[in-house]
Design a protein. Structure first.
Length: 625
């Protein structure tokens, strides 16, 4: 009996000891079951950081952040989905049954263990209603995230879009999860890493119904979110808003630059869009409307559109020829209209007058002297080498480049060289007589509004410019390195004086083509351009800077399919210059004309048909009795 009792006792002790050892091993040395228990009683949330703020050059807040709520679902925690339950859940979520079922199916396909969005951008009223009944629908929760708040609803093309991440974003950067937002265009994209901040993590204890019971629970790796860096732009908010107002009802662009720094003061592409409408639940329908608009409001004409420069290019021709010693300020040429068509009553000009009168034959001769001076045994070789040399000189003004490419998609335009015409006509089978149209800014020449504003800044500075840029302070650390690099054109400063004087006369003389750019008490220097766009109306183009002796602003204005350069672009430039320098506009008649303009018809009026000549009276003897 004693032996049997001892045996049973030893067996009991053995199993108890084995159980204790196993339990201790599970508790102290193996995390599998403790992790599983922890996952059933706790949850861990990613805390989205506040995105960096965006200010204008004077510290005015342009873009902030506001909170919005997304309804999300964790598929593994969903109860049995009867038809009755789905109907109740869909009604609670404010969705149709079809949309609700599609969202749940999509979430399951993505992952049973990761939360997916069911309804985005739930407003405050719906959020309050739904939150009170959240306990009835296990598996659902709300994710609060910051979205962009465009306080002035302006500069959409420049600031860009902050939208949901794509599959490529999720695959390329572990920072992002499904439903996160990312800068998709403009400065939001350029400075995404600085603006996005650092995510935080928070652990909480939940009950069987997934309701938060203790927010004080912490685990390794928990941390607060770090806000993104704020950005101060070079943009002048008041000037930007004024430019957008003047361009309402028109197609084209405005780019304004501070000549001494290269800082962009305003950049408008018209028609534009409302950036605040690209945030929230209405984004999809609004974006679809923009994408299907034939006027292409999403296309940033200021940096992406390319146009022939027209007569404005004549100033570049003159500067290159002066620096090459091919002409002098007093060089005169006959206005030989057998060479190329021209307009106006002039017959023989020097350089200054040729700029004022925009004489085509004059600049035909100017470029001819530069191009035919190239090395070579034949006129074809001389033309090819001379053109390539001319192209190199023109590119030093920033043409044919993206001017630093501070925004994605910035076009380079086109400055044709010998390769261009070899591809068209064959190698050494063309000369200056074949390509002369580029002497007056036509033909294969293509420039952007940004490049033309930069030309205005270069003329204001008498031979140099700073690469245009949009940010003056990043994260309180000053201007990012590499912005505003000074570029020399290689043209001697003295050669700019006759060109600048001519630009002043373009605006100031009674016969000047840019008289509509005259501005009270300000010396404005400008040049008109009328750019062909057959069979539609010409583009109206104007570049200018002011004041003449202490330039504070340089700009280009493009108004598509509106006619002569001085008709619409010049007065818009005048109003912008007056607003920026004087802080107000006094030219009310000019302002009313611009604001009330209807430029919606891009096609010119047909020439009136001549009235038929009256038939001769029949002679008396021809009249029938």
């Amino acid at each position: 009996m004693d032996t049997r009792f001892r045996t049973v006792t030893l067996l009991v002790l053995f199993f108890v000891l084995a159980f204790v050892i196993r339990l201790a091993g599970l508790q102290l040395f193996q995390s599998e079951w403790s992790d599983k228990a922890d996952s059933l009683t706790s949850d861990r949330y990613s805390i989205p950081p506040s995105r960096g703020l965006i200010f204008d050059r004077h510290g005015e807040l342009m873009v902030g952040s506001r909170a919005t709520h997304d309804l999300v679902v964790l598929p593994r925690r969903l109860p049995e989905q009867t038809e009755e339950w789905k109907a109740a859940a869909a009604e609670w979520a404010g969705m149709s049954m079809d949309a609700f079922e599609k969202a749940i199916s999509k979430a399951k396909r993505y992952s049973s263990y990761k939360a997916s969005s069911v309804r985005k951008g739930v407003d405050t009223e719906d959020h309050a209603r739904m939150a009170s009944e959240l306990h009835r629908f296990p598996g659902f929760s709300f994710r609060t995230r910051p979205v962009r708040n465009h306080l002035h609803d302006t500069a959409g093309h420049l600031i860009g879009e902050y939208a949901e991440t794509s599959a490529e974003n999720l695959a390329s950067d572990p920072f992002y999860r499904m439903g996160d937002r990312i800068g998709r265009s403009g400065l939001e994209r350029v400075y995404e890493l600085e603006l996005r901040g650092v995510k935080g993590r928070e652990s909480v204890v939940v009950d069987a119904r997934n309701r938060v019971r203790n927010t004080a629970s912490t685990r390794d790796g928990d941390r607060p979110a770090e806000a993104g860096q704020s950005i101060q732009l070079t943009l002048d908010l008041e000037l930007q808003q004024w430019a957008e107002k003047l361009m309402l009802g028109k197609k084209g662009s405005v780019v304004a630059i501070e000549p001494a720094t290269g800082e962009v003061l305003a950049m408008v592409s018209a028609p534009d869009f409302s950036p605040s409408q690209l945030v929230g639940p209405q984004r999809g329908s609004y974006y679809g409307k923009l994408a299907s608009d034939p006027n292409k409001p999403l296309f940033n004409r200021a940096i992406k559109a390319t146009y022939r420069p027209g007569s404005i290019w004549k100033m570049v021709q003159g500067l290159i020829a002066l620096d090459e010693g091919r002409i002098y300020p007093g060089s005169q040429f006959d206005c030989d209209r057998n060479l190329i068509g021209c307009h106006g009553p002039h017959t023989r000009d020097n350089l200054r007058d040729a700029v004022v009168h925009s004489c085509n034959p004059y600049f035909y001769r100017v470029m001819q002297r530069v191009v035919t001076a190239g090395d070579g045994q034949s006129r074809f070789q001389r033309a090819a080498n001379g053109l390539d040399h001319w192209r190199d000189r023109a590119m030093k003004f920033g043409f044919g480049t993206n001017l630093g490419g501070r925004l994605p998609g910035t076009s380079k335009g086109n400055i044709p060289g010998s390769q261009t015409y070899d591809n068209i006509y064959g190698k050494l089978r063309w000369d200056f007589g074949t390509i002369y149209s580029i002497s007056i800014g036509e033909g294969e020449l293509l420039t952007t509004p940004l490049q033309m504003a930069n030309l205005a800044a270069t003329l204001a500075n008498h031979g140099w410019y700073r690469l245009p840029h949009f940010v003056s302070n990043l994260g309180g650390k000053g201007k990012p390195s590499g912005l505003g690099i000074r570029i020399e054109t290689g043209v001697d400063e003295s050669h700019f004086k006759p060109i600048v004087r001519a630009m002043r006369q373009v605006v100031d003389e009674p016969s000047g083509t840019g008289r509509r750019a005259r501005t009270p008490d300000l010396a404005v220097c400008g040049k008109t351009g009328t750019v062909q766009d057959e069979p539609r109306k010409d583009h109206s183009v104007f570049i200018a800077f002011a004041p003449m002796d202490n330039p504070q602003i340089a700009l280009s204005v493009y108004v598509e399919n509106s006619g002569f350069g001085g008709e619409w672009a010049a007065p818009i430039a005048s109003l912008l210059i007056e607003q920026y320098i004087n802080g107000e506009v006094t030219q009310t008649q000019k302002l009313d004309r611009i604001l009330n303009a209807d430029l919606s018809d891009p096609y010119p009026e047909p020439e009136p048909e001549p009235e038929p000549e009256p038939e001769p009276e029949p002679e008396l003897n021809q009249i029938e009795e």
